[in-house]
Design a protein. Structure first.
Length: 176
């Protein structure tokens, strides 16, 4: 949306007052809109575009997702640790498999392979590092995380799809 002072402001929650400008969360579309000055054209006025709009959107999406992971942990919908995540996968109680990108490749690969053949084929997400996951979940060295099926898992999956679009990844979250 366009703020009263003409700045482009993104509102992921769609809660800010005023008239909004809708844009699909895909890197190529956002870059094209910035390059062609489509925000000003759509708003029918001059606008001030932040130099780091894509970075702001990415950081906001990351923060939102980490907050949802923390909420899922507090709600008892998260299992942490390689062995516990493996057991949850075997039991078919996992909607999302979240693994730190800087975790040991061997452990990540084993769980990802198990997830492909698990009941319900959970979505594999690898976009956060150990420090980010640890801070969000309140636990040191959080590398392997399983989120149980439910509304929070659905919200996280939707957010990951948006983040993937902004990062330039495929729109679907599988294989992230």
């Amino acid at each position: 949306m366009i703020a009263p002072d003409g700045r482009v402001v993104f509102d992921l929650a769609s809660k800010l007052p005023g008239r909004g400008l809708w844009l699909t969360p895909r890197r190529d579309l956002i870059e094209r809109a910035i390059k062609r000055n489509l925000f000003a054209r759509s708003a029918k006025r001059s606008v001030v575009m932040p130099d780091d709009l894509l970075a702001q959107i990415e950081q906001t999406l990351r923060g939102q997702l980490l907050g949802l992971l923390g909420l899922a942990r507090r709600a008892g919908e998260v299992v942490l640790g390689h062995d516990k995540v493996r057991a949850a996968l075997v039991e078919g109680k996992v909607a999302l498999l979240v693994q730190a990108i800087d975790g040991a490749p061997g452990g990540r690969d084993k769980l990802r392979a198990l997830a492909k053949h698990a009941v319900g084929a959970p979505v594999a997400i690898e976009v956060f590092n150990v420090a980010e996951l640890s801070a969000a979940l309140g636990r040191e060295n959080a590398v392997h995380v399983a989120v149980s099926p439910g509304a929070l898992a659905d919200r996280i999956a939707t957010g990951v799809g948006r983040l993937g679009g902004v990062l330039g990844a495929a729109a679907d979250t599988k294989g992230f």
